[in-house]
Ligand binder design. Structure first.
Ligand code: HEM
Length: 185
């Protein structure tokens, strides 16, 4: 997985916890890299999982909750680093429709050694859509947090229902996202 995902994770631990906790978390995981990631490098996603498992020992949150919180943080960081992608859309459902065919596709062009997950969508109605996540990395919780982050970015209140379907060669998650009516002033 792209090094920037790792550098962002460590940045989140620095910010939400402390640089001391970041150091502890790195030293508690026995990893090949020892936490020395470069944003253009490529590393096994299992290292990210080890880092989250180590962080969970310093928090009351579960590993799943932490991965989801990281997804949320990552979306905010993406919106700063790749603001052009976000500026292209006014509506969060239009943004979701373009993650697979446009955003992750561009990511693969920018970083040829990357392998973003498969994301596709299906509109159900004006206020409801489905987003399908498929990946051998099984980071459905990160996808959940990214979706929540996108809803926040586009100031859209919605309910997210989630259906996890494990497959032989990875994970498949179906998210059904339903917008709540806008509050009248
Ligand atoms: C709601 C929107 C999005 C969802 C649900 C989503 C989902 C994910 C997930 C779960 C991963 C972790 C890898 C895996 O599970 O296989 C990932 C990787 C990645 N995503 Fe997205 N993503 C979203 C939006 C974005 C945006 C807006 C960008 C950038 C502008 C982006 C760029 C990337 C990159 C660079 C990776 C790492 C790929 C690699 O290491 O090979 N994603 N995405």
């Amino acid at each position: 997985m792209q090094g920037m995902v790792f550098t962002e994770f460590l940045k989140m631990v620095d910010e939400y916890y402390s640089p001391e906790i970041t150091e502890k978390v790195i030293s508690e995981c026995k990893m090949e890299t020892n936490g020395a990631y470069t944003s253009v490098g490529n590393y096994s996603h299992t290292e990210l999982v080890s880092l989250v498992v180590a962080l969970a020992k310093h928090d009351t949150k579960s590993v799943q909750q932490l991965v989801r919180a990281f997804g949320n943080y990552l979306l905010e960081r993406f919106s700063q680093t790749y603001s052009d992608f976000f500026d292209e859309y006014d509506d969060v459902f239009d943004f979701f429709d373009k993650i697979g065919p446009h955003v992750h596709n561009e990511v693969m062009k920018l970083y040829p050694d990357s392998s973003p997950p498969s994301i596709s969508t299906k509109r159900i109605s004006e206020e409801s859509t489905q987003l399908f996540y498929k990946s051998h990395r099984c980071l459905g919780d990160a996808a959940h947090g990214l979706i929540e982050g996108a809803l926040e970015y586009y100031a859209t209140e919605a309910i997210i229902e989630r259906n996890d379907l494990n497959e032989k060669d990875g994970c498949f998650v179906c998210f059904t996202i339903t917008k709540l009516p806008r509050k009248k002033h």
